[in-house]
Design a protein around this ligand. Sequence first.
Ligand code: GDP
Ligand code: MG
Length: 319
Amino acid sequence: MQQQIIKGIQNGDRRMAARAISLIENEDVTRYSILSELFPLAGKAYVIGITGAPGAGKSSLVDRLLVTLRKRGLTVGVIAVDPTSPFTGGAILGDRIRMQEHALDKDIFIRSMGTRGSLGGLSRATKDAIQVLDAFGKDIVIVETVGVGQSEVDIIKYADTTLVVLTPAGGDSVQTIKAGIMEIADVFVVNKADLAGADRTVSEVSMMLDLGGTNRRWRPPIVRTITMDGTGTDEMYASIQQHREYLQESGQITKLREERARRDVIDLVEYRIKSSVWGQVSGSAEFEGLISRIMARELDPYTAAVQILGSINLDNCSV
Ligand SMILES: Nc1nc2c(ncn2[C@@H]2O[C@H](COP(=O)(O)OP(=O)(O)O)[C@@H](O)[C@H]2O)c(=O)[nH]1
Ligand SMILES: [Mg+2]
């Protein structure tokens, strides 16, 4: 089965790419050996992250971007991450009719991913799914994720160029945007520019960028878009291209990838240890016994942790 999946991905079989992502989502035991065989095939895709509040227009912008990319003959993979929705089983973004039309295009692969357990599993699964689509030969991989919480910020770290989508609506005025999100933006998109207040949002972002000082060599451009008529789509694409050129010419892309490789290995080690520990400890009689004793103040959590460490077996982490 494993060889069939790898061969299939090499031969452009969509079902096999989908199968690999399902195995990743299900935390199947075979996923790591599949991913390690896929690794040599990957490394060519350019990853675009798109994040912002729910309803900001991310999916609509992805729609527009897909048309632009396809016109240029580029093949695209889309991963829509929605941590607020339960495990989706790989359903296509049902809310977007046009997305579904795109789904019929064989050079576009769309997949949504939902919450899966704890332990940063979604971020891990997304990173691995990007690698599958990269190995599958997609020129561009777009990751759409709701800009709330740490795990979404983590996901976006896998992107080469990150778009942060804002809207003129008072609700997500720049002041309320989390600092973390501001820092990860390579391009700001002020969507719904047809609504009142777009100018104010643009100048607020611009002011925040000025306050940020000049230590950033790349000043994120601010693009206005209206997804209904496509206003700003070309400019958005041009900004992505400019950022991509900047990364290449400055050598930043190599630094980024090196940093990512480092983080990836550490993440994997951490993730596997955590999963193993969780599997052995959570719900076990020993663990519950320790908790009761802590509650009765007969035992402190520091000593309990040391006791647990002495009893767990980490041999299965590398399986
Ligand atoms: N007025 C206006 N509405 C928009 C625009 N782009 C998207 N919308 C609407 O905003 C809502 C959320 O869009 P969606 O793309 O699903 O947002 P997401 O949750 O960020 O993916 C939908 O009802 C869209 O029709 C825009 O440029 N202007
Ligand atoms: Mg969406």
